[in-house]
Design a protein around this ligand. Sequence first.
Ligand code: HEC
Length: 142
Amino acid sequence: MKSHRRILSLVAVILTLVLIQLAPVERTNPPVEKEITAPDTVKAILRNACYDCHSNQTKWPWYSSIAPVSWLLVSDVTDGREEMNFTTWNRYPAKKQATKRKKVWEEVKDGDMPPLPYRLMHPEARLSDGEKEQLHIWSTTP
Ligand code: HEC
């Protein structure tokens, strides 16, 4: 009896996982308008560690096709782009660009960006001390 129930709940879980794949998920990459201007070294760091969530050039990994992971990733990217988008940088007035630049260092200094789960899945996005220093200088130069 007990193993019966276990098989039934396993079937239910599998069915659920199959069925949620049917929900439509839009993984977009809207057009790049004007990329942020920064020294090449800084741009390379941003591309490498931030662009998946803060640009219109997201590299969607294979697991972003699988629900429920897809829902989480799409919502992260949507929120990230809304907060700050390095490829629609022209939409920000100069003052806002300056504030965002300062915020970059605040987040990086505290180790809040890139977020920990992202760093776990993307070892190449973990910033070295040297890279952090580059962002620091760029971010705090008026
Ligand atoms: C996995 C997705 C992801 C990656 C990668 C990522 N971010 Fe974010 N970032 C977010 C999300 C989501 C938010 C908005 C919610 C929040 O603040 O946690 C955010 C918010 C921010 C903010 C706050 C903006 C504001 O005006 O308050 C800054 C600054 C920031 N990120 C910088 C960076 C930098 C710099 C990198 C790369 C070194 C980076 N992020 C990488 C997802 C990401």
